[in-house]
Design a protein around this ligand. Sequence first.
Ligand SMILES: [Zn+2]
Length: 82
Amino acid sequence: MRLRKPPLTCRELVELVTDYLEGALRARDRRRFDSHIAGCAGCRAYLAQMRATIDTLGELSEETLAPEAKRELMERFRDWKR
Ligand SMILES: [Zn+2]
């Protein structure tokens, strides 16, 4: 008979955090993740920080990179017309 898996360590949690945020964790690992988060303030802070980072990157790609790419296209178009 297999033993139940032990609770996640902080180190394991850090390795799983990206999968967790992408919803890619299996139900059993997700439960272990959630129960560790519930009892560990350090990992709760880490998770919140990861979420904020992903939000920021999402904004950067839409609001900062897109106008750059658009301007470059406009310049190419202008050169082509001349
Ligand atoms: Zn922890």
